[in-house]
Design a protein around this ligand. Sequence first.
Ligand code: PEP
Length: 252
Amino acid sequence: MVSSVFVVGNWKMNGSISRAEEFCQGLRRFELDLAEQVEIALCVPDTLLAAFSASEDVRVGAQNISEYDSGAYTGEISADLLMEQGCDLVIVGHSERRQLFAESSEQVANKAAQALRHGLTPIVCVGETEQQREQGRTFEVVGEQIQAVQRELKAGDIEKIWLAYEPVWAIGTGKTAQPEQAQEVHSWIRAQLGKAGVKIPLLYGGSVKAANADQLFQQKDINGGLIGGASLDLNEFQSICKIASALTKPKG
Ligand code: PEP
């Protein structure tokens, strides 16, 4: 059983050192009165990782990692270099990397394995395009992306990943999946993961904001969100953290 609610921001290629400092100040848990079971993380450009390393309230992650340890891979960044910056999470297989940088499911799986070998937690992103959904291929596409990771990881390692279901048609478009639509895919993913499924945080991503977070996070198999655009606005991100916190408290 995953009992925490995860609020993970993805700044993409945005932000600045001053914004990072503003978020470190603005995300102090005791000031926001957050429940212990809320996990806050921000995945930021590599040059901003160090700005978060002293924060006790926010976990910090990168947005990509090399499959290799070191060597002649110009422009790439290794697990060790990320960890030196205080990073402990890394997004792998974001749809922008799959689509714009032609990353295959095998490469994404290799990156997840590389992250785990070095003690980083990979947040593996999966999701279908609008066309694939319309063709009724959502489960086939998401299934293939997950199976590649299952093939690559050692037995027992699969339960150390976090997984984000991010329908490509909902990313940065303002078109959020209906909570029931997202829940349907999440519960299917959980079943595909077998025994590990109950232990893995399953995040939903795709135009999450304060106005829709509550309904999405209330779904049985949604353990929180991977949040792009709305994670760049401190007020909005604080509101999402508070919504997550309220969901961890006993109702009534
Ligand atoms: C993302 O980048 O992972 C994402 C979900 O973006 P947005 O929230 O802006 O749709």
